[in-house]
Design a protein around this ligand. Sequence first.
Ligand code: FES
Length: 235
Amino acid sequence: MRLDGQRGVELEAGGQPKQWGNYCGRMVHSFNPLVTTMDNSKQPGERPDQIVPAAKEKNRRSFFAILAGAIAMLGPIGAGICTFLSPLFRQTQSPAVRVGLLSQVPDDGEPHFFSVVTDWQDAWNRYPRQKIGAVYLIRQPGANAPIAFTAKCPHAGCSIGYSAAEGVFKCPCHTSVFNIDGTRAQGDEEVAPRDMDLLDVSLEELAVEGGDPVIEIWVNFVDYQTGRSTKMPTT
Ligand code: FES
């Protein structure tokens, strides 16, 4: 038996390759699990070009099956995450809070203290009737509506008191004094870095059958940062 050193096939007399290609193809197909197809139309000595390894095909199908499963699972998981985080992106609640009735604030030019109580809601929980601050309402003689100052000191957040005897606001923590119009008694010499914070006020009339209308006082309550010379909301 002679062998062609380059092609690795057995040669017959005269140097022609022996006719054992089909037989070899069937043998390989029968015993080699990696071979799934064989082009038997090839001439002896020609190399088959349509061989697909079975294990490789199986791996490819497994990969796509896993990929499809992962994509199918991502939908519900993503929806769950969005639902959980959605409160973070909800619009914040209105700052308007009903603080009292106009009849509770006589037009005597004196400060009247009111707590600001409202339902409070964070990203996931709701807390009914929480005290979130306090205001002074002042209604000048003949004025229809009062003005409102927050009672939180702009220096470090202590609750400002009112001295009726002296006609000024006083902070108990670091001796800041404010005039009745909310300005600092000593201007920039005062410890507090800015005047008392003025808040927007609106009135709402409720019709009462057979009686005088009831007028509610609503305040746009904003909690401002302390220690700054300018007003900046905390949230
Ligand atoms: S907290 Fe009011 S003066 Fe410091």
